[in-house]
Design a protein around this ligand. Structure first.
Ligand code: F6P
Length: 351
């Protein structure tokens, strides 16, 4: 069978491990042939392809990024975009497509599947907020990087009697913030699920310093929202899926904390360091399991489905379920973070 593969949206560690697993199982067990589409949906629209055989996937298991490169191109937003994709796939003799991506990328998969194209999805987002699966590969790597960064700023905050605000990724949900915040022993954790009040954060830090502590660590997800005001995003142009570029809430919060408490405060924005570099062993394993399951789904003709993790079992769910809603941080995790504090103002998770 001739199968296309593409990676769309933001990259994350483990994409190459998925590609490798698909290609190896496909060639060794099903005698498949593969076509790599470059730069996500842009490659399908503009017919940009590359060879994808055993030689091409040699040595890529530990590599970050994606050998197919990626983009946030949305064919649904281009005049005749979906038809162009179908025409190019047909012209290349591609019988099925395996799409690695998050909710935006998979919304295009769903649109093409609804038009009759055979397609299987693999969940991918560093934010870990795709519904239909318990875990996305790349998340464990991002949490490890963020936790190490928190450990590092801990010692310098302590040496200088400072508050350090660490901004991590997480547009709509605070998975990276809550995992790295709890694992790194942060004093305040702010996530998009719980809009926060700057005065409450400042009061929490003052109380901690009144108890004799002379430094604090605040972890904030880039998408965390202020309960009382909004931060203007007017300068930022949305991408083709309608998302504005985030980043900056940590710097804003650091200035406000310093103003309200008088404590010297610094901000550290981890940004794309969380998405780059080699995947952890856990992510390599999960990515490999997803890749193997995806090629199996193609041969079982379970099209329109996405591979997923439920507990520790690999399953599949309809793509429509996966993109229907955002998966938010569970109340149980929020309670774990909040329960480590003697005082828990609404919206401020203190661990
Ligand atoms: O899609 C996941 C994500 O990493 C978000 O957490 C972040 O806001 C965004 O991507 C960054 O996107 P870009 O790489 O396009 O700046």
């Amino acid at each position: 069978m001739k199968i296309g593969i593409l990676t769309g949206g933001g990259d994350c560690p483990g994409l190459n491990a998925v590609i490798r697993a698909i290609v190896r199982k496909g060639i060794f067990h099903y005698q498949d042939e593969f076509v790599g589409y470059l730069e996500g949906w842009r490659g399908v629209m503009e017919n940009m392809t590359r060879r994808l055989d055993l030689e091409a996937v040699k040595g890529i298991l530990p590599q970050g990024g994606t050998i197919l490169r990626t983009s946030r191109t949305n064919p649904s937003k281009r005049e005749g975009g979906l038809d162009t994709c179908l025409k190019n796939l047909k012209q290349n003799g591609v019988e099925a497509l395996i799409v690695l991506g998050g909710d935006d990328t998979q919304s295009v998969s769903k649109a093409l599947f609804d038009r009759g194209f055979k397609l299987v999805a693999v969940p991918k987002t560093i934010d870990n907020d795709l519904s239909g699966t318990d875990l996305c590969f790349g998340f464990d790597t991002a949490v490890s990087i963020a936790t190490e960064a928190i450990d590092r700023v801990h010692t310098t905050a302590e040496a200088h009697n400072r508050v350090i605000v660490v901004e991590v990724m997480g547009r709509d949900s605070g998975w990276i913030a809550i995992y790295s915040g709890v694992a790194g022993g942060a004093d305040v954790i702010l996530i998009p699920e719980k809009p926060f009040d700057i005065d409450e954060v400042a009061e929490t830090l003052k109380r901690r310093h009144d108890r004799g502590r002379y430094f604090s660590i605040v972890v904030i997800a880039e998408g965390a929202k202020l309960a009382t005001h909004t931060v203007s995003d007017e300068r930022r142009k949305p991408d083709e899926f309608g998302h504005v570029r985030l980043g900056g809430i940590g710097t804003l919060l650091a200035a406000e904390i310093e103003k309200r408490t008088g404590f010297e405060t610094r901000a550290v924005v981890l940004g794309h360091t969380q998405r780059g570099g080699s995947p952890t062993a856990f992510d390599r394993m999960l990515a490999t399991r997803y890749g193997v399951a995806a090629i199996d789904l193609v041969h079982q003709e379970k099209f329109g489905c996405m591979v997923s993790l439920k507990g520790n079992d690999i399953r599949s769910v309809p793509i429509s379920d996966a993109i229907a809603r955002t998966r938010y941080v569970s109340q149980e995790l929020i309670d774990v973070a909040a329960s480590l504090n003697e005082y828990q103002p609404e919206g401020v998770l203190k661990s």
